[in-house]
Design a protein around this ligand. Structure first.
Ligand SMILES: C[S@@+](CC[C@H](N)C(=O)[O-])C[C@H]1O[C@@H](n2cnc3c(N)ncnc32)[C@H](O)[C@@H]1O
Length: 189
């Protein structure tokens, strides 16, 4: 299947290029479970995926999709705020982290990611990465979510220590409207 040329498609390519069998990885926004299943397929039987979501509906959807793919043994679902990810993994232990922000597809649009959680979560995620580890962040804005999280995230990314991390913010400059943008972060080896 062809990879779509959008924020999520590019994020999947980036993550797949770095994750190996046996790795520990995190899906910081489980949603309907598609990214969790994608990550579980990359880490193989000996790897582990931790998947967070604040909504019970998302955790249930993800659990069902993970089970349908036969990946239950390699996935741990955590109903909770991704800002607390440091209480589930040690520093320097995680190979890759995906954030696919916004709201639950087909769910309650009044519940969506906010900078108050996503900025601390990304900070904690950066510390959790192994040297050479990677993070992708799909940033949404507009409609019910507004622009607050995007503005704060873009401000935060500029402050990340360049001696420890490379942060690449991309944009689809010839697309009109509020097109989600992918952000790619690499931790120095
Ligand atoms: C765009 S969806 C994720 C899509 C998902 N990765 C998939 O493959 O279907 C965003 C998800 O982030 C979750 N979310 C929002 N704020 C969160 C937080 N502070 N901690 C964890 N999850 C959060 C929402 O509940 C929603 O399910």
């Amino acid at each position: 299947m062809e990879t779509p040329l959008n924020a999520l498609g590019f994020s999947h390519q980036f993550i797949a290029a770095h994750v190996c069998e046996g790795d520990l990885v995190i899906d910081a926004t489980a949603g309907r479970g598609r990214d969790t299943v994608f990550l579980a397929s990359l880490v193989g039987k000996s790897g582990r995926v931790l998947a967070f979501d604040i909504q019970e509906e998302a955790i249930r959807s993800t659990e069902a999709l993970v089970r349908a793919h036969g990946y239950s043994d390699r996935v741990r679902l955590i109903r909770g705020d991704h800002a607390e990810l440091a209480s589930h993994v040690g520093p320097g232990t995680v190979k890759a982290i995906m954030f696919n922000l916004g709201w639950l597809p087909g769910g309650d649009h009044s519940v969506f990611s906010r900078a108050e959680s996503s900025v601390p979560a990304i900070k904690a995620g950066l510390e959790a990465l192994v040297p050479g580890g990677v993070m992708s962040v799909c940033v949404y804005c507009g409609r019910e979510c507004g622009y607050d999280e995007k503005e704060k995230l873009l401000g935060f990314f500029r402050t990340v220590d360049s001696s420890r991390f490379t942060v690449c913010v991309t944009d689809f400059v010839n697309r009109s409207g509020d097109f989600p943008i992918p952000v790619f972060i690499m931790k120095q080896t």
